[in-house]
Every structure is written in C-alpha cells, then in structure tokens.
Ligand binder design. Structure first.
Ligand SMILES: [Cu+2]
Length: 264
C-alpha cells in the first residue's frame, strides 16, 4: 500500500475515533444513539416502490453488519408495514452460499427497516449480492465486502460435527476498562441456512497477545436469545486483544479454542 493512501486511511481512522468519542460505547444492542448511515444503493422494484439500502459504513467488511432499508411508494409515501426480507448470496466458482441473517423489522425511531447480516467471507472469494424483498417482490444489490482488519467472525467445527460461526457486535468504539461484549453464534444447517443457536455456554478468557497477559473481572457472555450472548470484557490497556472462548452445549465441550480478535 502506498504511503499517501496509508496516510489517508490513518487520518480517516483518527478522525473516526475522535468524532465518535461522545457516543456511549456501553451497549451496542440497546444504544439508541443514531449511527450516521451511508446509502449503499437505491432501486425501484416491480411494485414501483423505491427500495434504498443503507449501512453504517461506506466500506463493508466481514463480520456482523447492520443494514437499513427505506421503502417509498410511487406517491412518495414511506411504506412502514411491509414484510421486508434479506436474502444474501455469495456466488463462488464452484458453489454458492448464504450467511447468517437477522431479518429486518421496522424501527419507528429511525424510520427505516433494520436488520443485519454476518458476512462470513470477503469478496476475494466470490461475489456477494443481497436481495431485499418487499412483500415478496425483490431487488438485488451487489455488495463488495473487504476482509475485516481483525478476526471478528470465525468458523469452528464442533465435536458434534457441525460448523458454527461466531461473530462479535462491534461497538462504535472500544475503551480501556469495561466494555460490553456481545457475540453471536450461528449454526451452518446447510449452505443456505445459518440459524441462530441459543444453546451454548461460553467460557471467555481475554489475552493481550503481544504481552502475554490477561485481565481481571471479565464476565463470560450468556445467551440472551436470537443467537446473541452478552457479557463484559475488561480491556486493561489498548492493544491486541484475543478473546478465547470455550464453547459447550449442555455440559459437552463443542470447541475449546474459538477466538476473536480486537485491536484498538
Ligand atoms: Cu464464499
């Protein structure tokens, strides 16, 4: 990467972290602080509705990603009680697959439908599309997904022979001290179906990899439904944190060395 581009990226990062300092980092799921949204694209469907897709960043990356949708009818009215569905697809050379989905629901405060995808691969491996259907009528958005800087989603084959995807909700900024730590677990039931799995017990141990130490007072995440597990992590300093997780189901260890990485 050339130096100019690197400089631009660095200042963008610094700017982003300064700008977001006022935002409460505590709880990414219940925080009502509106995140500035970026329009991905807008399309007209066969019902003559304008479907506009928004994300929280112009650069999509692997991992848990919120998507927002507005639906405007031909008279210019916002359609707020439609059945909106996401259907992501990655087309690869030899096969196609979807990814974990949280189907959107209308958020009255935002005036938008809000849902999420967990991108399990970057566009390096193939082409991502997202079908957004409104009452069964779909439009297709092509998406470009870069590899995340750190491991924010991982797949693990369990002792039960199933493959699980573990991802983390990324708050707007991590802080030194206690942070909300929310991970999601989805099972790969088929290449097209990745249901949320609420049946895990997680034992979490953070490690600062470069210095070889941990931190006290962490709270391992527990199931709160919809495949989400909520806990707390104590980042005692900035740097490269690896979150080791032992995953068990009804007393049986499914995977002993799942991990996700956070660098801040
Ligand atoms: Cu793929």
């Amino acid at each position: 990467m050339n130096k100019i581009l690197m400089g631009v990226l660095m200042s963008a990062l610094v700017f982003a972290s300064c700008k977001k300092e006022e935002v409460t980092p505590d709880d990414p799921t219940t925080s009502s602080t509106p995140v500035p949204l970026v329009e991905v694209s807008s399309m007209t469907n066969a019902s003559n509705q304008t479907v506009t897709l928004y994300s929280e960043s112009s650069d999509l990356t692997t991992g848990y990603t919120n998507f927002y949708v507005t639906v405007i009818d031909s008279l210019g009215n916002s359609v707020e009680s439609a059945n909106v569905e996401y259907a992501p697809l990655m087309t690869m050379t030899s096969m196609s697959h979807a990814c974990p989905i949280e189907q959107p629901t209308f958020d009255a405060a935002l005036g938008k439908y809000k849902g999420a995808l967990v991108f399990i691969m970057s566009s390096m491996g193939g082409d991502w599309t997202l079908d957004v259907s409104v009452d069964g009528v779909a439009v297709q958005f092509p998406l470009v997904v870069a590899e995340s800087d750190t491991r924010v989603v991982g797949n693990y084959t369990g002792t039960d022979g199933m493959t699980y995807f573990v991802s983390v909700l990324r708050p707007t900024n991590w802080v030194v001290g206690m942070n909300d730590w929310e991970v999601l677990i989805h099972k790969r039931a088929s290449m097209m179906s990745f249901p949320a799995d609420n049946d895990f017990t997680i034992e979490m141990v953070p490690e600062m990899v470069s210095m070889g130490h941990g931190s006290p007072n962490n709270i391992s995440p527990v199931s709160i439904g919809n495949g989400h597990y909520n806990g707390d992590v104590n980042f005692t300093m900035t740097g490269d944190w690896r979150m080791h997780m032992t995953l068990s189901k009804v007393g049986t260890e499914i995977h002993s060395d799942a991990y996700l990485d956070i660098v801040f």
